[in-house]
Design a protein around this ligand. Structure first.
Ligand SMILES: Cc1cc2nc3c(=O)[nH]c(=O)nc-3n(C[C@H](O)[C@H](O)[C@H](O)COP(=O)(O)OP(=O)(O)OC[C@H]3O[C@@H](n4cnc5c(N)ncnc54)[C@H](O)[C@@H]3O)c2cc1C
Length: 445
C-alpha cells in the first residue's frame, strides 16, 4: 500500500512539500489547515485590505488543482500528535493515521503581556482572521496606533493610511528597522513614513492599552508619558514559531521545532519545515530560524526530496529579502551589516531626491563583493547572487553594473552615477562601465 503523508499547514512550505511529493511519488498526500480551505499568499494580506486584490486573487492555484493532483485537503485543527501511535487528533474528533508527518505550522504573532492587550480592537497581523478583525475594528474610526518598527508594522501603517485613518506609529529604536538597515537606509525610510503623514514616534514604547466600558480600546499610553486616543491598535512586535501543536508530544522544541539538516525532528517519520522549524546546529547557516517566504518554499522542496527517498541535506541559499516601504522598494542580497567592522568597505550612493540608494559592501583585503542593499531601484536577483557566489571584485561588478538594472526600459539608470562616485573615491583605480548587455549573456558569460 502507498505511504500516507500528512502535512499540517497549507502555507508556502506545506504546499510546496505537497506539490513536490506528488511530482516525485505516488504517495497518498493529505494537507490539513485550520485557517483556510486553500493555500493563499500571506504576503499579499495587506493588498486585500487596501482593495488592490480580492482574497481569491491571492490563491496561486485554481481550486481544481488539488483534486487533479490527488492532494486531499482537510479544513480542521490538529489538537495533538501521538508520535508513538502515528496518529493525529483533530478538532472535529477525527483520528488521522500517518506514515510520514510534516509539520508546516508557521508562526504566530508575539505580544509582550501589555496591560489591556486583550481589549477589542487590539491585534496582530498574521492571517485571514486578523484581516477580518481589522476590517471590523477599523470601520469609521478616527485614529489608530501601530507598535513595532519591523516589516509588518510599516505594512499595517500603510494599510490604515490607505483608508485615510490617521496613524501614530511607535518604534522602540532610535530609527526605523535599524537592527537590519544601516543608518542611511533607515533614515530614508523614517522620512518616507513622515512624508505619508504618519505620526512616527521613535524611541517610544507602548506602556498600557486603555479601554472603554464596552471592553474596546480607547487610548494607549507611551513610555514618553503621552496618552494617544485610538480605537484600533496594531501590535506588530514580531512573530514566533508556532509550536502549539507539539506541546503535548515528545517532539523536541526550543524557540521552534528542532530539526537537523534533513528537517527531521527527534520523532521518527516526523519532519518540520518553514517558519516553525529551528535548525539544531549552526552548520546550516548563520540563522537558526528562517521565517521568510522563499525559505519556506526551499524547505518544502528539500523535505519532499528526502521523503521521496533521496535523503539530501539542506543547503542554505544566499540570503536575500525584499519589501516595500510605502513607495520605496527595498532589496537586499548577501551580507549587509548595520555597522560593519573596519575590514568591510561600503560604496554608498544616494540620489539627490533622497529616495534612491545603492550600497555595495566588499571585503577590503581582496575587494570581493559580499552584499547589496537597494532602495527605490531594482537590481536583478540572479545576477547579484551570481556575483556574490562567484566572489567577484568591486571593479568587475562596477564594470558590469549596467546589466544589473532590473528593467532598463522603465527605470531610471543610476549605475553611471555610482561608478563615477567610485572613481572619484579611488583615483588610482578608474572603472569604465561596459555597455549594457542582455541578461542572458551577463548570466552565462
Ligand atoms: C503580513 C505578513 C507579510 C509578510 N511579508 C513577507 C514578505 O514580503 N516576504 C517574505 O519573505 N516573507 C513575508 N512574510 C513571512 C512569510 O509570509 C512567512 O515566512 C511564510 O508565510 C511562512 O510560511 P509557512 O508555510 O512556514 O507557514 P504559514 O504560512 O504560517 O502556514 C501555516 C499554516 O498552518 C496552520 N496551522 C497551524 N497550526 C495548525 C494546527 N494545529 N492545525 C491545523 N492548521 C494549523 C496555520 O493556520 C497556517 O495556515 C510575511 C508575513 C506576514 C504575516
Amino acid at each position: 500500500m502507498s505511504k500516507r503523508v500528512v502535512i499540517i499547514g497549507n502555507g508556502i512550505s506545506g504546499t510546496t512539500a505537497a506539490r513536490y511529493i506528488r511530482k516525485w511519488s505516488d504517495y497518498n498526500i493529505t494537507v490539513i489547515s485550520a485557517e483556510t480551505d486553500h493555500f493563499y499568499s500571506r504576503t499579499a494580506l495587506m493588498y486585500i485590505y487596501m482593495g488592490h486584490m480580492r482574497y481569491q486573487d491571492t490563491k496561486p492555484y485554481e481550486d481544481f488543482f488539488w483534486t487533479k493532483n490527488r492532494i486531499e485537503l482537510i479544513r480542521d485543527y490538529v489538537h495533538e500528535i501521538q508520535t508513538e501511535k502515528n496518529e493525529l487528533n483533530l478538532g472535529s474528533g477525527r483520528v488521522l493515521p500517518y506514515d510520514v508527518l510534516v509539520l508546516a505550522v508557521g508562526s504566530k504573532s508575539r505580544f509582550f503581556g501589555w496591560p489591556g492587550q486583550d481589549l477589542k480592537g487590539v491585534q496582530g497581523l498574521y492571517g485571514i482572521p486578523d484581516l477580518e478583525n481589522m476590517e471590523l475594528y477599523t470601520q469609521g474610526i478616527n485614529h489608530a496606533a501601530v507598535v513595532g518598527g519591523g516589516l509588518i508594522g510599516i505594512e499595517m501603517a500603510e494599510m490604515l493610511h490607505s483608508r485615510h485613518i490617521p496613524v501614530t506609529f511607535l518604534v522602540r529604536e532610535k530609527s526605523y528597522f535599524n537592527h537590519v538597515l544601516p543608518p542611511e537606509e533607515s533614515e530614508i525610510i523614517n522620512q518616507e513614513i513622515r512624508d505619508h503623514h504618519i505620526d512616527l514616534r521613535l524611541e517610544t514604547e507602548l506602556k498600557e492599552v486603555l479601554g472603554d466600558d464596552s471592553g474596546r480600546i480607547r487610548a494607549i499610553t507611551t513610555s514618553a508619558g503621552d496618552e494617544v486616543s485610538c480605537e484600533f491598535l496594531g501590535l506588530t512586535t514580531g512573530v514566533t514559531p508556532n509550536i502549539d501543536v507539539v506541546e503535548r508530544s515528545n517532539v523536541e522544541t526550543n524557540r521552534g521545532i528542532l530539526v537537523n539538516a534533513f528537517f527531521e525532528t527527534n520523532a521518527p517519520d516526523v519532519y518540520a519545515i518553514g517558519d516553525c522549524a529551528e535548525y539544531r546546529e549552526d552548520g546550516i547557516g548563520y540563522r537558526r530560524l528562517d521565517q521568510l517566504w522563499y525559505t519556506g518554499r526551499n524547505h518544502g522542496k528539500a523535505v519532499a526530496r528526502t521523503i521521496c527517498g533521496e535523503r539530501t541535506p539542506y543547503k542554505k541559499p544566499l540570503f536575500f529579502n525584499s519589501a516595500k516601504f510605502f513607495t520605496i522598494e527595498y532589496q537586499t542580497y548577501g551580507t549587509i551589516e548595520t555597522h560593519p567592522g573596519d575590514e568591510i568597505g561600503s560604496l554608498l550612493w544616494q540620489s539627490e531626491r533622497g529616495k534612491e540608494l545603492i550600497r555595495i559592501n566588499y571585503r577590503k583585503e581582496d575587494d570581493v563583493v559580499i552584499g547589496f542593499n537597494l532602495l527605490g531601484i531594482r537590481f536583478r536577483h540572479a545576477l547579484c547572487e551570481k556575483w556574490i557566489l562567484e566572489k567577484r571584485t568591486m571593479p568587475y561588478v562596477l564594470e558590469n553594473l549596467s546589466a544589473a538594472n532590473f528593467d532598463p526600459e522603465f527605470y531610471t539608470q543610476y549605475e553611471k552615477d555610482i561608478v563615477a562616485q567610485y572613481n572619484q573615491q579611488n583615483p588610482g583605480n578608474q572603472i569604465t562601465m561596459k555597455p549594457a548587455k542582455g541578461l542572458f549573456s551577463a548570466l552565462f558569460n
